[in-house]
Design a protein around this ligand. Sequence first.
Ligand code: N01
Length: 509
Amino acid sequence: MYLVHRLREAGYSVQGFDAAGDVGGTWYWNRYPGARCDIPSLLYSYSWSDKLRHNFRWSEKYATQPEILEYAQLVADTYDLRPFFRFSTRVESARYDEANCEWVVETDAAGTWRGKYLFLATGCLSVPNEPDFPGQDSFQGDSYQTSTWPHEGVDFSGKRVAVIGTGSSAIQSIPLIAEQAESVHVFQRTPNFSLPALNGPIPEEERQAFEAMYEDYRAALAAGEPGIEMLPEDWEPSDEELAEHVKILWNGGGLVSTVQIPRLTKDERINAAAAEFVRERIQDIVDDPDTARRLTPHGYPIATKRACVDTNYYQTYNLPHVHLVSLQEEPLVEITPQGVKTEAREYPVDAIVYALGFDAMTGALTRINPVGRNGLSLQDAWAEGPTSFLGTTVAGFPNLFTITGPFSPSVIQNVILSIEQHVDWIMEVLARAREAGSATIEITREAQQQWMDHAADEANQTLFPQAGSWYMGANIAGKPRVLMPYVGREYKQKLDANISEGFPGLVFS
Ligand code: N01
């Protein structure tokens, strides 16, 4: 929506397509009980519009899905963006017409469209990892996916429910499903680290304090700074200092605390202390020692799979009708007409909730599978793993831009800001092309390789590659293993330098 707004302002004609029935993206689709953002709502908002800021009042520290959707609708209404989108329209393919320097886009519901530029703002977590269990079609109860939840909601009262998966979506929904259901069986393949949200209404003083510091915060973002107070990156705490500081994981609420522990995802000692602290909290909360043991994550550093944020997740296992099934101890064999069968036994249920995650970061791009210069498709270009320059553009695909593409921080930072950074950079690139009368904009393979080498260097200095995470593409069979988010520092400064140095690496012709 920000991109369409900026393109309109700059006088371009623009046509947007969205498979969803309205604006909202993630927040349109993911309507499962408990869905909410784990970035504080005051920060999970566009920074480019005072009008939006003044016309929307976030009610809770971490906003619910309906409230974020309402915010997205306000953006569309305020800037009259809906007329520039075709909703319920999926882009099925795109190919570059070299003779005319244009992209040709085929849709399922609105025919064929041509345009000079193609922007893929398809989201990092928009293609569900579809369940593919033997026998699942034979199940006689109701099946749901958290990522495509029915708009009318689901009433689990009196139902025996299975939840498969224990990522953020499951961890948010399980406590609420458990409030309704007769019984809940959670099928867990890998235990996750989850931190308490400490959610609640935003106190008036906090709202006012935020308003008072807003201009400073916005200036910090513009300068590529985090906008929150941080310890220095070379912090070398004693064991006692470290033990004291990691308590912010529990007392700070949400994920902000993970950013406030310097080198959490780089330094084994710091990470181990934080992980152990969270493990101990799980033991404290969960009454049954065997359930606590099975819930306790081991074998990968904390925050290298995305840490979850919850309200009463671990506490829910103290309820007598909530049961944890470890698929490490009893692997899932099949879905039967009656329920879920593991190697140990069959669990009869009335409903199954699949919370299996997404083909993250590249899934939506490779499904459209744009075909660029010389007939090269993105799937072929990325056969050995994705490539990109700054996460915004790919060699061999002129005039094509990705918003929050692989090898940009995207999901590692507040994604709203990631979107703004990319749109702002793209608008500078387009202005330059317009000024020069260029028909094409294209990144060189050399410049792309330099960015990829740099991103790999940064990745290799971290602990991220130690986890089988969706960041690494490890949750999808056959997907190349590479850390897709860019984890270096000062990314915004790098975008800004690219602009101020006259777009090195980009060829305008
Ligand atoms: O998905 P996930 P998600 N058999 O990939 C399991 C964002 N988000 O939708 O870990 C059995 O994290 C899988 O197990 P394993 C956030 O960035 C944000 O929950 O691969 N289990 C895992 O437990 C988040 O990280 C918010 O072993 C299978 C689960 O399914 C991202 O979205 C809320 C399986 C998938 O977890 C994705 O979260 C929600 C199989 N065959 C989401 N396949 C907030 O803002 C997969 N699993 C709070």
